[in-house]
Design a protein around this ligand. Structure first.
Ligand SMILES: Cc1ncc(COP(=O)(O)O)c(C=O)c1O
Length: 477
């Protein structure tokens, strides 16, 4: 026996202690490791061990080899990309999920998992103010959910012809998103067979939101050219600057031309927990599908992406295949979530949502989100008042796009170089992890105040950090 039940118990207790220490101390780690490519790989044996190795040895390698190469997403100094935040109840639920090890492809493979998922999707739908005509399912990521949405759009417009016969090669479908849309849309347009050339990237306004007039013009041109407008993807909270596409106006256009409308609210959907943020879903009745990720901002471990659709039958018909070995007597009376998306096998993800929502309560979640929004508002004011930094985009949520801009430098190329250097210095410091984007060709540093335990002192510290580092650049300007 390599590890018996007694051993497991002891080791698990030890790991729980390690986990609690990690959470308590994560702020003391360099948020981003200083390892170079292949540093970790070079420490790993070239082949698997023939003989059993002790847990002590494995765990000490975890601490000595793996941990120094980890980026600490849990750290409040992690302000890069979007967070993949989490919370104690979520981690505890994940321990149970791993222990049960259920593969929840069908109702019968764990009735409780299916039924809890069904109820969690109703809770979530109501918590973020979606109409009751929506029904939901948990996907691994927003990328997968959007892939499912595009496949639904494809089957709807072709009356399931592509599912049956494949593309004929004479198709004329066109899809629309803004120039600021996440890269997963383009990837999905490739995967679904529409082809990148069928994707129209619509221009944005000065808030980086889709311009609906340009959208309609593009649709009309495509119709005149003999194309079939098939799907529009609107984003609430773009990845670069969290811009909000004007859903209401886009929805009217979708209605007018009978086009499938998918909403990608992967990050910002969590803000809908606050009723005062729901202006951005004006027009939601016309939306066909909607995705948001509790695994980004709702304190629920990666992975957990909530995908809602209005037409459950269309979704299931797009994916359903029931081989003999999966048939069960209850099929007519239950949900078999394997038919609601791409993979057959499914993790028990609803459990962590149940733990998180019950532990925080709706009010607790709202309080946390409001706190993040307030931190961002304060931070934005600082940038606006600074003589040396410039705010580069509106701040509707908790992402601040800024750049260092000393008054004496006006050349855009120089400003880009300065900010690239500033970010590189920041990343090398290991004190904070910030990342960048480009807006209108301008290099922009993003500060994301969305980690579970981010506080005012962390926002103060990153502001001081940027200011201090910028001073070291000035001398070399
Ligand atoms: C707006 C938006 N959509 C989709 C995605 C993809 O998310 P996922 O990693 O869940 O596929 C992201 C990732 O950051 C995003 O910002």
């Amino acid at each position: 026996m390599f590890m018996d039940n007694n051993d497991f118990r002891k080791k698990a207790h030890r790991l729980v202690d390690w986990m609690a220490d990690y959470f308590a101390e994560v702020e003391d780690y360099p948020v981003k490791p200083s390892t170079a490519p292949n540093d970790i790989l070079n420490q790993l044996p070239e082949s698997a061990p023939q003989d059993s190795e002790s847990f002590e040895k494995i765990f000490s390698d975890f601490e000595d080899v793996i941990m120094p190469g980890m980026t600490h997403w849990e750290s409040p100094q992690f302000m890069a990309y979007f967070p993949a935040n989490k919370s104690y109840p979520s981690v505890l639920a994940e321990m149970l999920t791993a222990t049960l090890g259920a593969q929840c492809m069908s109702w019968i493979t764990s009735p409780a998992a299916t039924e809890l998922e069904e109820q969690m999707m109703i809770w979530l739908r109501d918590m973020i103010g979606l109409p009751s005509s929506f029904t939901g399912v948990i996907q691994d990521t927003a990328s997968t959910a959007t892939l499912a949405a595009l496949l639904m759009a494809r089957e709807k417009v072709t009356d399931f012809e592509v599912n049956a016969s494949g593309f004929s090669g004479a198709e004329t479908h066109t899809l629309y998103c803004s120039a600021e849309t996440h890269s997963s849309i383009e990837k999905n347009v490739k995967i679904t067979g529409f082809g990148s050339q069928s994707l129209r990237k619509i221009g944005v306004d000065d808030m980086f939101a889709m311009n609906p007039t340009a959208l309609e013009k593009s649709i009309q041109k495509d119709i005149n050219d003999g194309h079939t407008p098939t799907c529009i993807i609107a984003t609430l909270g773009t990845t670069g600057s969290t811009a909000i596409d004007p859903l209401k106006e886009i929805a009217v256009i979708c209605d007018r031309y009978d086009i499938f409308l998918h909403v990608d609210a992967a990050y910002a959907g969590t803000a809908l927990l606050l009723p005062e943020m729901r202006d951005m879903i004006d027009g939601i009745e016309a939306v066909d599908s909607f995705v948001f990720n509790p695994h980004k901002w709702m304190f629920t471990n990666f992975d957990c992406s909530a995908f809602f659709v209005q037409d459950e039958e269309l979704l299931v018909r797009t994916f359903e295949i029931t081989p003999e070995y999966l048939k069960t007597p209850e099929d007519e009376r239950v949900k078999n979530y394997r038919d609601w998306g791409i993979p057959l096998g499914r993790r028990f993800r609803a459990l962590k949502l149940w733990f998180v929502i019950r532990t925080f309560g709706i009010e607790g979640l709202q309080k946390k989100i409001k706190h993040h929004l307030k931190l961002a508002k304060n931070f934005k004011q600082r940038v606006e008042q600074s003589a040396n930094f410039e705010l580069m985009a509106p701040v509707p949520f908790n992402v601040i796009c800024l750049r260092y801009h000393p008054p004496e430098v006006s050349d855009e190329k120089k400003l880009n170089e300065l900010n690239e250097r500033l970010l590189s210095k920041s990343q090398h410091s290991g004190e904070f992890f910030l990342t960048h984007t480009k807006l209108n060709g301008k290099f922009v540093i993003r500060v994301v105040l969305g980690n579970t335990n981010v506080e005012q002192r962390h926002a103060d510290a990153v502001w001081n950090h940027l200011q201090e580092l910028s001073q070291t650049l000035t001398s070399q300007k």
